[in-house]
Design a binder for this molecule. Structure first.
Ligand code: ATP
Ligand code: MG
Length: 432
């Protein structure tokens, strides 16, 4: 029978790398808490209409990347391609947005039917952050300070911040007209898709990955000249904050985001070390979206980090955490499997040292085979409980990682205290 395989672009994350994910998620969570952000958990499936109304009909995501299906009730649903729409939907639905400040975050899989390649998958994971109710550039700066600190904490290097402003809807409308005029005059040089989008969504042409269109886009006028005073003041203040915070940035006047709803600030954290998929975090302000989805006008800003890309970068830069083996591998060479004495000892150790990592050898095996297994788990110590030890009420403690340290025999009741002392002195010990 032909084996069933995973779907193209949707990957298993195996135990040998999952610790990198866990450590990354742990650091992100810890820092989000430290900055006063609250987690929100959202469904993975929403009405298709939600994405069409927020992301926009004339975007890659809605036109060709969504997993859309009719469910058994005949409702048109989509797997979420991103989290902002669902977060805004939930905020409006539960009255979280009006007249209050919300700092929210979520983590989870997103789904886009893209061409799979390095750093681009059909199921991928994002941590998203959304802040509602703060109109000024102080919150924009806070988000950037947050991400800059996160890269430092994670030990990531060579990430650069590109930043731009898309202004208010009014300045954007003026710019739109100017762009259409510019591209219209160069129609023969555009690819068919760009031509089709020219009148619906000319800003998207700036983002085009088609070489011909990209070449024309490189010479296009920038929005900066169309900025009104308010937009310029917002942007200038943000740059002042970044200077104060010591966060380096490049103003890239051609940076536009893939999604339609952005206003004012847009930004990306980019690396050259991941090939073509170098953006690990992207975001911006979307002051119009809450109202567009039926809520009362609420200023908002958000970002999303691609966790696959961050994991790849951590591994590439040698900053990924090491896998953590057990503290103790309990070797029980007495009979066919772990006996009552072994369980009693294991459970007693777990009672006394609640964060102890202990693996009990189940399934029997010779002393030699069990010691081999112990070594393979990366355990720090083997604790041996054979027939002689059971009879004498002792155990043998054998360090596995420190060749200089010898093994010792001790009374079973002395083991918890000894382990507590030894593990506390090591990073990753039970009291970390
Ligand atoms: P791109 O231009 O690379 O397609 P995007 O504008 O579609 O990016 P966003 O929607 O802003 O990306 O998503 C935020 C982040 O999520 C990206 O910067 C990236 O790190 C990650 N991401 C987006 N799409 C994918 C994907 N298909 N596979 C893996 N990560 C992704
Ligand atoms: Mg995309």
């Amino acid at each position: 029978m032909k084996a069933i395989r995973s779907i193209r672009g949707m990957h298993d994350i195996l135990p040998d790398t999952v610790h990198v994910w866990q450590e990354l998620e742990h650091q992100i969570r810890r820092q989000l808490e430290a900055y006063g952000y609250q987690e929100i958990r959202l469904p993975s499936v929403e009405f298709t209409e939600l994405f069409a109304r927020s992301i926009g009909d004339v975007t890659d995501i809605v036109e060709k990347e969504m997993y859309t299906f009719e469910d058994r009730n005949g409702d048109l649903l989509s797997l979420r391609p991103e989290g902002t729409a669902g977060c805004v939907r939930a905020g409006i639905e539960h009255g979280l947005l009006h007249n209050q400040v919300q700092r929210l975050w979520y983590l989870g899989p997103m789904f886009r039917h893209e061409r799979p390649q390095k750093g681009r998958y059909r199921q991928f994971h994002q941590v998203g952050i959304e802040v509602f109710g703060v109109p000024g550039p102080d919150i924009d700066a806070e988000l950037l300070a947050f991400t800059a600190r996160l890269w430092r904490t994670l030990g990531l290097r060579n990430l650069r911040l590109e930043i731009n402003t898309l202004g208010t809807p009014a300045s954007r409308a003026r710019y739109r007209d100017r762009l259409i005029t510019y591209f219209e005059a160069r129609q023969e040089a555009l690819d068919p898709e760009a031509l089709r989008r020219l009148y619906d969504n000319p800003l998207r042409l700036l983002d085009s990955k088609h070489p011909d269109t990209a070449a024309v886009a490189r010479e296009a006028p920038t929005l900066f000249d169309d900025l009104d005073a308010e937009s310029r003041a917002h942007f200038d203040m943000l740059l002042t904050h970044l200077d104060t915070l010591g966060i380096a940035y490049t103003h890239n006047p051609r940076l536009v985001r893939g999604l339609d709803y952005y206003t004012h600030t847009v930004f990306e954290w980019v690396t050259d070390e991941l090939g073509a998929q170098g953006t690990v975090c992207a975001g911006g302000r979307y002051d119009g979206l809450v109202e567009q989805l039926g809520g009362r006008a609420t200023p908002a800003i958000g970002l999303a980090m691609g966790l696959e890309r961050l994991v790849t970068l951590l591994l590439a830069q040698g900053s990924a955490s090491e896998p953590v083996g057990p503290d103790i591998y309990l070797v029980v060479p007495a009979g066919a499997g772990a006996g009552p004495e072994a369980f009693a000892l294991a459970e007693r150790l777990r009672d006394e040292l609640p964060t102890l990592r202990l693996t009990l050898n189940c399934g029997g095996g010779s002393m030699k085979a069990q010691m081999k297994k112990a070594d393979r788990t990366g355990a720090r110590y083997a604790v041996i409980l054979g027939v002689d030890e059971i009879a004498a009420g002792t155990v043998v403690l054998k360090p596995l990682r420190d060749s200089a340290a010898g093994q010792l025999t001790l009374a079973q009741q002395d083991l918890p205290a000894l382990m507590r002392a030894r593990l506390q002195r090591q990073p990753g010990g039970p009291d970390r």
